[in-house]
Design a protein around this ligand. Structure first.
Ligand SMILES: Nc1nc2c(ncn2[C@@H]2O[C@H](COP(=O)(O)OP(=O)(O)OP(=O)(O)O)[C@@H](O)[C@H]2O)c(=O)[nH]1
Ligand SMILES: [Mg+2]
Ligand SMILES: [Zn+2]
Length: 305
């Protein structure tokens, strides 16, 4: 039976690129009923076995084991996530960035942080421009030190995306971020010949309009795939256990190993080396603040279910 890759999922259909075919020759497939019964649904990124039906369509029969899986955006077998944040319009939300990073660390993916719309900084009133620039310098320095590449880009100005493209060396990578930050615009600038739909952010709401409505894999010129995804503004910690949270903050790890108590939550225990590192400035206070916030959020969820 033929094998293929799910490159798009839309309205109950899965679009499969056959192993020996190009992305233009996708086959529209339904999933077999058995998946629903088992509570699994095929994801974009899945390598599958499929069969052809008489009408030129097909059926997804089997999903090969996944290397990784993200719930939001829903995609499997991703090796690297590019977390896309605009420097303005909408303003960079550090809490969402840290939440995102927790998900990425938990899923075991590599991450790069892509800052978009850099050109807009130049057009801001001088005081505002200086404030944004200094915040971005801080973010680049801080996250760089933790071990994440931070890449400033501008689709309008035509720079930075070659550095992003260089990072997309995994078989499948994904662009993820809020609506209106410019994911599709950056992909349009990066990949010759594609024209993804993009849209102005709403003046009234100050955010994007959810222009991209489905997850879709695009073929990269130098091999591999990149997924454009719909934006979102909320992320839930569905599958993450509260005891795993600390490990998802990369810079906590070496300190957590030497906390006085095994299983230290770094909240109230004496002899906590993470808190010590926060106090002496080795760990960023805002990052730690988000850790505490997420910790409480997760505890609260647990209580409610
Ligand atoms: N000035 C400037 N505007 C940009 C840049 N990148 C994107 N934009 C604008 O930002 C708006 C949103 O861009 P999109 O690419 O549609 O954003 P998206 O992240 O794909 O949004 P969703 O599909 O809704 O998740 C559009 O009006 C773009 O023209 C940039 O580098 N500079
Ligand atoms: Mg889009
Ligand atoms: Zn501790």
């Amino acid at each position: 039976m033929p094998k293929g890759l799910i490159v798009k999922a839309l309205s109950g259909y899965y679009y499969i690129q056959p192993e020996e075919g190009s992305i233009e020759q996708t086959i529209q497939c339904r999933a077999r009923g058995i998946f629903k019964k088992k509570g699994v649904s095929p994801l974009v990124g899945d390598r599958v076995i499929f069969s052809l039906t008489e009408n030129g369509e097909g059926t997804v029969d089997e999903i090969e084991p996944r290397v990784s899986e993200l719930i939001r955006p829903p995609i499997s077998n991703v090796g690297l996530a590019a977390l896309v944040f605009s420097v303005v319009e909408p303003a960079l939300n550090r809490q969402l960035l840290d939440k995102f990073l927790v998900h990425i660390e938990h899923a075991g993916l590599d991450a790069v942080i892509v800052l978009t719309k850099w050109d807009i900084i130049e057009q801001l009133p001088p005081a505002k421009a200086a404030a944004v620039r200094s915040e971005m310098d801080h973010i680049m320095e801080l996250y760089g030190r933790i071990g994440y590449d931070v890449i400033p880009t501008s689709a309008a100005g035509g720079y930075g995306y070659d550095r992003v493209a260089d990072k997309l060396t995994k078989d499948i990578s994904v662009f993820a971020g809020q609506s209106g930050v410019g994911k599709s615009s950056l992909l349009n600038a990066m990949i010759p010949g594609i024209q993804l739909e993009t849209n102005h952010i709403s003046q009234r709401l100050g955010r994007g309009k959810h222009t991209t409505r489905h997850v879709e894999l695009l073929q990269l010129p130098h091999g591999g795939y990149i997924a454009d995804t719909p934006g979102f503004s909320q992320l839930d910690f569905l599958e993450l256990g509260v005891e795993q949270l600390g490990m998802c903050f990369r810079e906590f790890r070496s300190y957590a190993e030497i906390c006085k108590f095994r299983g230290c939550t770094h909240i109230h225990e004496p002899g906590c080396q993470v808190k010590e590192a926060v106090a002496n400035g080795e760990i960023d206070k805002t990052r730690y603040g988000h850790y505490v916030l997420f910790f409480e959020e997760m505890k609260e969820k647990k209580r409610r279910y």
